[in-house]
Unconditional design. Sequence first.
Length: 127
Amino acid sequence: MTIYSLTTEAKERGIKYVITGDIFCKEIEIENLGYYQEEESIFHRYKEQIMKVLKRKEYILANVVLEERQIYHTMVLLRIKREDAYLYDPWNGMIIQEKIENVFEKGFYIELGRGIVKWIQFVEEKR
């Protein structure tokens, strides 16, 4: 599922700029999976794609919905090892190790509050 919003498009342009220096670069595509109001865990739904990206040693932007304030926060999913997910929080520079089910289903705590990863973004593999 692709999210069509100004926020998502702006983040896609930002990713393209960081990688290529051109916000309108056509040489790379950004994949968006999940949706901020989706009930189903995106890890269950997109596990194969998530693991494929991480296996390539690439990172995934993990968009967290914070429950208390209904605001959003972006973290970087660095890797998944056994039952744990490792996320980098650019807000405070911390690397967080948390159970996969907490990150994608039950919720986990960060400095800004309790949240759940609801949608992700990453650079599509070149064909």
